[in-house]
Write a protein that binds this ligand. Structure first.
Ligand code: FES
Ligand code: ZN
Length: 326
């Protein structure tokens, strides 16, 4: 098997693109895919400093590396989820990368800064991944805005997006479908959220990290076992094996043909969002979902009220730290 670009021996085959690359040309391919995605969707403006959400896994570290290589002055943010040794080790990978590349990593910790861990939240009748996703969305957005970043980058790849899309279609969740875009505009209490890896699959981000010698967390999150999202991924992988390119077609077809029809459908588009009575975040209710989750997770007896004293106390106790070079 030869590299499609330079005819050297190929190290990776990409059946979805009917191609194969040597190591150097594969890195070039990844950079091209990310650069094109950023340009196509106007993800990052000239001179804008992006904040990269880092989990310690292959996708977010590959994305951070790619952004830096493409010349973006990207800082990172890591949220400790309190999932025992798994979270400890994930944080170590994030810190090691920031240290090696001499870049800034902002750290926050769910237990220290907010008062609960994902396992504690999951014990209160919440599925771990929904509590985890909600916490990440809320806190990373808050940190981005507090530190003056206008764009928050996440490492969602094609496999993630295709699986989320599959789930949203299975439930015909028009609110989520309307918001499933590579770029969610900022303003009204939100930093712009962008996903520059949507053209790369997880096999590609893993190969990218190996070739670039980036150490990353290879363990799967112990709390994600058996969740629906992983089931959808397995299903799509089986379809992809039988007919390569299925995921790309499914996701790109949605963006091209379906997404424009959903314009104006989300609560944000309809202007239905007010502010949370406690933390001020955008929400359709009196309290935002994150403040309600915090009440449940820290005190199951607590009735959520906009003036809950716990919220104010937590914010005052916030101990966020910044490591790495500035
Ligand atoms: Fe979020 Fe596992 S990383 S629940
Ligand atoms: Zn709130």
């Amino acid at each position: 098997m030869k590299c499609r670009r330079c005819r050297a021996d190929a190290v990776i085959e990409l059946p979805q693109h009917r191609t194969a690359f040597c190591a150097e040309c594969f890195l070039h391919h990844c950079r091209q895919q990310v650069r094109r995605t950023i340009e196509k969707y106007s993800m990052i403006g000239a001179g804008e400093r992006p904040l990269m959400a880092i989990s310690g896994g292959k996708d977010s570290l590959a994305a951070w590396d790619l952004l830096l290589d493409l010349g973006y002055d990207a800082d990172g943010v890591y949220l400790g989820l309190g999932i025992g040794g798994y979270s400890d080790r994930s944080g170590e990978y994030a810190r090691a990368f920031a240290h090696q590349r001499g870049v800034k990593l902002i750290e926050l910790d769910l237990a220290t800064d907010v008062g609960f861990t994902i396992p504690e939240a999951a014990a209160q009748r919440r599925t771990p991944c929904s509590a985890c996703g909600l916490s990440k969305r809320h806190l990373l957005n808050t940190v981005a805005l507090e530190h003056g970043y206008t764009v928050l980058v996440t490492g969602h790849n094609l496999d993630d997006e295709a699986a989320v899309l599959f789930g949203n279609v299975m439930r015909w969740d028009t609110e989520y479908l309307a918001r499933q875009q590579p770029v969610l505009p900022g303003g009204d209490g939100f930093a712009r959220r962008v996903k520059p890896l949507v053209r790369l699959g997880e096999r590609e981000t893993a190969a990218y990290c190996i070739i670039r010698r980036i150490d990353y967390q290879v363990e799967e999150c112990p709390m994600a076992e058996g969740n629906r999202h992983l089931g959808y991924k397995e299903l799509l992988n089986r379809m992809e094996e039988r007919s390569p390119g299925t995921k790309l077609e499914f996701y790109n077809g949605f963006l091209r043909r379906m997404q424009p029809l959903l314009d104006g459908v989300s609560s944000q588009d309809k202007g239905d969002l007010g502010s949370c009575g406690r933390c001020g975040s955008p929400t359709t209710g009196e309290l935002c979902a994150f403040c309600r989750l915090t009440d449940q997770a820290t005190d199951p007896q607590h009735r959520s009220t906009p003036r809950g004293r716990r919220g104010r106390k937590r914010r005052n106790n916030s101990r966020r730290q910044v490591v790495g070079a500035g």
